[in-house]
Design a protein around this ligand. Structure first.
Ligand SMILES: [Zn+2]
Length: 316
């Protein structure tokens, strides 16, 4: 069975190898990149968003790597359920454009494709294709619902401390997946060593993923290196479509990651070109996160339509 990403064979590798894997390549961007992306976005929360959130930068930064803390085999059900959340192999769903907005419709399309495929049909299993945009929109939805609750409690002069905690958690958790999406190798079948025809002679070793996102970033980049690259947040007209477009932009840069690696861009101190590329990817992650927070906040002011209004019983 094909188990994606860094879960492969962890149990048999034993505890020592587990510690090594978790420290050098347990998830997109590694600990540093995830913390940076969340922190930079947190520092740019605009004054027209709640003040408690602008003051929660430390908590938001801490939560950047949170889902990577859910990958231990000691919590098997959790590890198993959430691993596909961190990536999507967009090449496997090139026939499905636009992507359906809900995960179960996505599953159904993939199972139909699998049933019609004779060559490696299991490549189309949802857990092998990855569920990146779905978990992202689901956490976005939680954040928006919590913002709505916060607004209602404020309006009713009720305590808001508990909902504030929920909002901080959802905002930080969301940051993890949005950051994964800015890492091109989380959007592709070429996620860790080139597969198939290889006219450019890219590396086929299973090292590039952690080398780029974890070792290179930790050794060479600070959050201040890209904090100035962002702009004020924008409200997204259609968050799901906007997010999928962002993933496609990331996927278009897969080739660039491999060519930079080939030129030694991520070895040791790397190259100026690799630094420029990486800081711009980290900035793209922070910007999308800030835009999603802002959109969730603005849209949470829109009242939920009551689909089935309850008619009060007629008093006798
Ligand atoms: Zn991840």
């Amino acid at each position: 069975m094909k188990t994606r990403r860094f879960g492969r064979g962890l149990v048999s590798l034993g505890l020592t190898a587990l510690v090594v894997l978790q420290s050098v390549g347990a998830g997109a961007w590694g600990n540093e990149g995830h913390t940076y992306i969340n922190r930079v976005a947190g520092q740019k929360i605009p004054a027209d968003m709640p003040r408690f959130l602008r003051r929660a930068v430390v908590e938001i930064a801490y939560l950047g790597p949170e889902p990577d803390r859910w990958r231990s085999p000691t919590e098997f059900a959790l590890k198993n359920a959430q691993e596909p959340d961190h990536f999507i192999d967009l090449e496997r769903v090139s026939w499905l454009d636009p992507l359906p907005p809900g995960r179960y419709e996505f599953y159904r399309k993939l199972y139909e494709k699998r049933a019609a495929t004779t060559d490696h049909p299991d490549d189309y299993l949802p857990e092998h294709v990855g569920l990146q945009p779905y978990i992202t929109m689901e956490v976005y939805g939680r954040l928006k619902a919590a913002f709505r609750e916060y607004r209602q409690r404020r309006a009713a002069h009720q305590p808001t401390a508990a909902v504030q905690q929920a909002i901080i958690f959802y905002a930080g958790w969301l940051g993890h997946y949005v950051a994964d999406g800015s890492q091109p190798l989380h959007t592709t079948i070429q996620y860790n060593g080139w597969m198939g025809p290889n006219p450019n002679g890219y590396t086929t070793e299973h090292k590039i993923h952690a080398q780029f996102e974890t070792a290179y970033v930790a050794a060479n980049i600070k959050d201040s290196d890209f904090a100035g690259l962002g702009k004020s947040p924008e409200r997204l007209d259609n968050p799901f479509a906007g997010y999928v477009a962002y993933l496609r932009q990331s996927n278009a840069l897969v080739d660039k990651v491999y060519s930079l690696e080939k030129a030694g861009g991520f070895t040791g101190k790397g190259t100026p070109e690799a630094f420029d590329f990486t800081t711009h990817r980290l900035a793209a992650g922070s910007q999308m996160l800030l835009d999603l927070w802002y959109t969730a906040w603005v849209e949470s002011a829109v009242p939920v339509a009551t689909e089935h209004p309850v008619t009060p019983p007629v008093a006798k």
